[in-house]
Design a protein around this ligand. Structure first.
Ligand SMILES: O=C(O)CCC(=O)C(=O)O
Length: 314
């Protein structure tokens, strides 16, 4: 029996509705919005992404990581390193869509942005993508931290993060974990992970109890969403299944805020990565980067320009 165009459209809409993408409908419900406002994070444990797209993005990100994309230009690093190592046990690549521009055209970007605008308001834009792999058995922990502790303390850029699981996540392979309601407490003190000279990541050393954490396993294609002030982290991968997160950060435009002092932890971490990046940019990498940005998402380019301008201002 032949299907009419109308039948086909209804069938597609029914499928889309099942995964929260009904035509024109905002992705998050009123209940989800109030849960996020109350708890500082949200877990959507039904796949939001088709199996085909999971495999497609997983393949691209795994290939970028395995060929060491971003290592020499200071965008690839080992998240759990404490000795300045770049090629350690927990590979992370900032802005993978600059290395594989097809990622910038992925349809989920539209859904992600719609979610961010529901949470942050109409001015929210994508500030960057990121991916973190915890390989079987060796993937290291993600230290507890607040994303906004990475930002410039002189301005306030409210932010949210969408974390997409590209393999099933479990408590044993490093599912994301959140401290409920910690987004209501402002930026807490941080330090270099483990207080180590060669750490690449920051860790929250403020007053909070890791026992309060809610560990949030989700299947591949599921997502977690957290506010930039929510304390979060993840355990090491002790299992036989890999754990890969594709991460989108969204920000509101910066607003001046009362002087918060400095965030000294940001100069304490990632020293070897910054040196590598500087050397690469000065040796002509800047032109490669400009070319990469020019073929990428306009939001990526906007944030790059904003960062450069800020560096000149300070
Ligand atoms: O994937 C991880 O382990 C950490 C991700 C994270 O910290 C983030 O998305 O803000």
């Amino acid at each position: 029996m032949a299907l009419s165009a109308g039948d086909l459209l209804s069938a597609l809409e029914a499928e889309a509705a099942k995964i929260g993408l009904a035509h024109g409908a905002p992705p998050l419900t009123a209940e989800q919005l109030s849960e996020f406002a109350r708890e500082g994070f949200l877990v959507i444990d039904t796949p939001q992404i088709s199996q085909r797209d999971i495999e497609w993005s997983r393949h691209i990100l795994m290939s970028l990581i395995s060929r060491g994309a971003g290592r020499k230009d200071g965008r690839g690093s080992d998240l759990s390193a404490r000795d300045g190592d770049v090629e350690g046990t927990t590979p992370q690549l900032y802005r993978p869509s600059l290395y594989a521009p097809e990622l910038a055209k992925w349809s989920f970007r539209k859904v992600g942005l719609a979610i961010a605008k529901q949470l942050l308001g109409p001015d929210a834009t994508l500030s960057g993508d990121n991916c973190i792999l915890k390989p079987c058995r060796i993937g290291g922990p993600t230290p507890w931290h607040q994303d906004e502790a990475h930002n410039d303390p002189k301005t306030y850029e409210e932010q949210v993060t969408i974390w997409i699981a590209l393999f099933d996540t479990t408590p044993a392979n490093g599912a994301m974990a959140f401290i409920p309601r910690s987004h209501l407490r402002g930026v807490l003190p941080h330090r270099a992970y483990g207080g180590a000279e060669g750490a690449n990541a920051i860790e929250c050393c403020g007053d909070f109890d890791p026992q309060d954490a809610k560990v949030c396993p989700i299947p591949a294609g599921g997502i977690t969403i957290h506010h930039g002030l929510t304390i979060h982290g993840a355990l090491a991968n002790k299992s036989d299944s890999p754990r890969l997160g594709y991460i989108f950060n969204y920000k509101n435009p910066p607003k001046p805020r009362p002087e918060l002092g400095t965030f000294p932890w940001n100069t304490e971490v990632g020293k070897s990565i910054r040196e590598r990046r500087r050397a690469w940019l000065l040796h002509g990498g800047i032109f490669i980067d400009l070319w990469r940005y020019s073929r990428s998402d306009p939001d990526n380019l906007r944030h790059f320009i904003r960062q450069v301008l800020r560096r000149f201002k300070h």
